[in-house]
Ligand binder design. Structure first.
Ligand SMILES: [Zn+2]
Length: 109
């Protein structure tokens, strides 16, 4: 399957009920099975961690912030060249498929 979004891409949240709509961030993980991406500093979920025992001492890490997954259909790739959220097209070059920006035609790989 050709992936439209890869790790390291800039994406913009375009839809969904997320408070992060309209925000941009860098993709830090792609979850291929569920078609979701983890975007740095977006869709932050706070998780309360339990106290843990370590070497006889009790430490409380408190609240941990974690990025929650965002479905791929809720984000759009931001083109490096025209700096706009865009749909992705594919062209073949040297036997590889290369992603292009549908707005300006720039190669994105
Ligand atoms: Zn572009």
């Amino acid at each position: 399957m050709r992936l439209k979004i890869k790790r390291g891409d800039q994406v913009e949240v375009i839809t969904g009920k997320s408070v992060d709509k309209g925000k941009r961030g860098e993709v830090i993980r792609v979850l291929q099975k569920s078609n979701e991406v983890i975007v740095q500093d977006l869709n932050i979920r706070t998780k309360h961690q339990r106290q843990v025992q370590s070497e006889g001492k009790s430490i409380n890490p408190g609240i941990v912030k974690l990025e929650g997954p965002i479905h791929i259909s809720n984000v759009m790739l931001v083109c490096k060249k025209c700096n706009k959220p865009t749909r992705v097209g594919f062209i073949r070059e040297d036997g590889k498929s290369i992603r292009i920006c549908k707005k300006c035609g720039a190669k994105l790989d």
